[in-house]
Design a protein around this ligand. Sequence first.
Ligand SMILES: Nc1nc2c(ncn2[C@@H]2O[C@H](COP(=O)(O)OP(=O)(O)OP(=O)(O)O)[C@@H](O)[C@H]2O)c(=O)[nH]1
Ligand SMILES: [Mg+2]
Length: 476
Amino acid sequence: MSRYEDTIAAISTAASPAGIAVIRVSGPDAVSAVDQIFVSPVRKKLSGQKGNTIHYGWIRKPPEHISADAADEDRTDDKGSIVDEVLIMLMRAPHTFTREDVVEIDCHGGVFAAQKVLDTVLQTGVRPAEPGEFTKRAFLNGRIDLSQAEAVMDIISSRNQYALQSSVRQLSGALSGRIHEIRKKLLHETAFIEAALDDPEHIDIGEHLSELNSIVSEQKLLISDLIRSADSGKMIREGIKTVIVGRPNAGKSSLLNALTGEETAIVTDIAGTTRDVLEDQVTFGGIALRLLDTAGIRQSDDKIEQIGISRARSHAEDADLILYVVDSSECLDENDQDIFKMIRGKKAIVLLNKSDLKMIVTKEEISSYTDCTILEISAKNREGFTELEKCIREMFFSGQISQNDEIYITNARHTRALQDAYDSLTLVQESIQNGMPEDFFSIDLMAACDALGRIIGADVSEDLINEIFSGFCLGK
Ligand SMILES: Nc1nc2c(ncn2[C@@H]2O[C@H](COP(=O)(O)OP(=O)(O)OP(=O)(O)O)[C@@H](O)[C@H]2O)c(=O)[nH]1
Ligand SMILES: [Mg+2]
């Protein structure tokens, strides 16, 4: 049953010119409201139709709005009241996304046309939906849990293939499933302790402590795996911050342009062309990169160039990935030594650029200065990019994201909740070690369940009562 008494409507497609727009109406009056403004060629009524059916017809202004509007527009015939030709998708509760009656109106696209149809729907007394309200109803009516509701938002905003895949997995319940498993174990332990406290004559908690400790350790491990995945998750969502560095004229801007497929940066044979940091987003083999082209690094007396170089250094400092471009047709010099120092201990790939020319610098020479992967490329001829793509994928996603079933935490709220759960479990272990009374364990175990529950929107007290009654028959 829906918790809501009102009916909401909104344009669910993008507000841009398109062939079709979809107006979604959800709530107890969805069908009767649309019935007031829908005319079918055979005069059928939507209220008499089954769920999951499609109906052709027109949206017409509601009767009480026709005369005034028609007078305005000097139209008095029936056609003057027609707003658009439409297809109606009729879906009945509870087999819908919101678990309410849902009517979707496929009308003609274009911002103005769709808005006209929505206005007409609203004239029946339906209220405009707030942002995300359909998904909120789906959650509150029990159709999806909170992490799945958030995944819906993530799917909508995902900007690359991996972000999309990760959100779709979350929507399908992958993250919820993992959280449920951990939470179930902790709830079971909490219920056991509660039962022991209630019935000390029959249940001895002392015998159970080492098992409790190892169960808590296992769950902490699972939680910390999830927390660790948040770094990759952030990169999936926002793109890997990839800073291109190198000496002037190495071909950094040429690389940026080759990767973006656009003439984003100015390329010349004058050393010191790029002064400021240039940023662009690309999807490279399905991976989102936030690419930053920077000023060539060298000793310089030019004030502007110096500022550019120091910006390059500071971006390299907090980069997720550094692409160090070397002009392989020229000998290395002291500036390169400086850059080798800069990339030490960082995730970096050395790109021997200009492989189309006679190469003077070799992989062997470079590898005497760094352990980083070294690849030969030609930014000018776009050669070596497949290798680069493979290398980045292996560095960040251990190959293919789609072929393993890893879960990536992409939401800061989830990371915080996981950290809280982890900290509470650490307290449980400390209490065990310090021989504290049982109620200390159960308070912190409950806190951990609570924190995990925040991710999926579960209520710990309700779940604990269920577990106690189903598992331990308290009060029998
Ligand atoms: N033959 C050849 N020339 C290249 C290649 N990549 C870049 N160049 C040339 O090298 C010169 C410098 O290229 P840029 O991309 O401007 O180099 P940069 O590293 O951005 O230089 P600064 O902005 O001055 O630091 C230009 O003349 C490019 O056409 C390549 O793969 N092969
Ligand atoms: Mg440049």
